[in-house]
Design a protein around this ligand. Structure first.
Ligand code: IMP
Length: 202
C-alpha cells in the first residue's frame, strides 16, 4: 500500500517513514508529485485544515493521502494562537518571535491561569472519497521564560506538569510518548493498518 504525505518537508517525511515502516507501507511525499499545488490552510479548526489537505492530495494523486495540522491553544487567550500558531507574530516571523509574543501577552498571569493544550489532527483520505481522522491532545502550563534547547515552535515555553520539564527539555522519544502528535499518530497507525488489511483482502 502507498501513502502520500501532504508535505514537502523532508524531516517530517523521514519521521513518518520510520513510524510507518513496520506496517510495510510505501511512504511518498509531495516531492514525488511536483504537479500537486500548495494547499491553502484557511480552516477554522485543525480538523478542517487536515481534512482539506488530505482530500486535495488524494484527489490530485489518486493515492491514499495523509495530512496533519497542529497548534497550541492557550486557555487565558481564548484558545489563541490555535490554527494561527505558526504565524502568531505575523507572516514570515519565526519561532522566537512567536514565543516572545506569547510571553508578553501572558505577563503577570498567575500559574493557575497559565493552562494550555497542544492539539494535533491527522487526516487520512482515500481517493474514492472517504476520510478518517485521528486526534491527540496534551495539556500543560505556559512558562514565563523559555527553557531547553530541543524541539521546535513553542516547546521551550510548554511545561508538562507531571514531568516538571518543558517539551524542549525532553528527549524526542519521551516527547513523542506524551505529545499531541505522538498520540494522534498512534491512532492514525491503527487506521492505516486497517486500511492496509482491507486493501490486501480485495
Ligand atoms: P503545523 O501543524 O505544521 O501547521 O504546525 C503549526 C504550528 O504549531 C507550528 O509551527 C508550531 O508553532 C506549533 N506547534 C505544533 N506542534 C508543536 C510542538 O510539538 N511543539 C511546539 N510547537 C508546535
Amino acid at each position: 500500500m502507498r501513502i502520500v504525505v501532504a508535505t514537502r518537508n523532508r524531516g517530517k517525511l523521514e519521521e513518518l517513514a520510520v513510524m510507518l515502516g513496520p506496517l510495510g507501507v510505501d511512504v511518498r511525499s509531495l516531492e514525488d508529485y511536483p504537479h500537486v499545488p500548495e494547499v491553502v490552510e484557511d480552516g477554522k479548526t485543525f480538523a478542517e485544515n487536515a481534512v482539506k489537505k488530505a482530500r486535495e492530495v488524494a484527489g490530485a494523486t489518486g493515492e491514499i493521502a495523509l495530512a496533519d495540522d497542529s497548534g497550541l491553544e492557550v486557555d487565558c487567550l481564548g484558545g489563541a494562537p490555535g490554527v494561527h500558531s505558526a504565524r502568531f507574530a505575523g507572516e514570515g516571523k519565526d519561532d522566537r518571535a512567536n514565543n516572545e509574543k506569547l510571553i508578553r501577552l501572558m505577563e503577570g498571569v498567575p500559574r493557575e491561569k497559565r493552562g494550555a493544550c497542544f492539539k494535533c489532527v491527522v487526516a487520512l483520505a482515500v481517493p474514492e472519497g472517504r476520510v478518517y481522522t485521528a486526534e491527540g491532545a496534551c495539556r500543560g502550563i505556559i512558562g514565563d521564560k523559555p527553557r531547553g534547547n530541543g524541539g521546535f515552535g513553542y516547546d521551550p515555553l510548554f511545561i508538562v506538569p507531571d514531568l516538571g520539564k518543558t517539551f524542549a527539555e525532553l528527549d524526542m522519544d519521551v516527547k513523542n510518548a506524551v505529545s499531541h502528535r505522538g498520540k494522534a499518530f498512534a491512532r492514525a497507525r491503527e487506521i492505516i493498518a486497517g486500511l492496509a488489511a482491507g486493501r490486501e483482502g480485495r
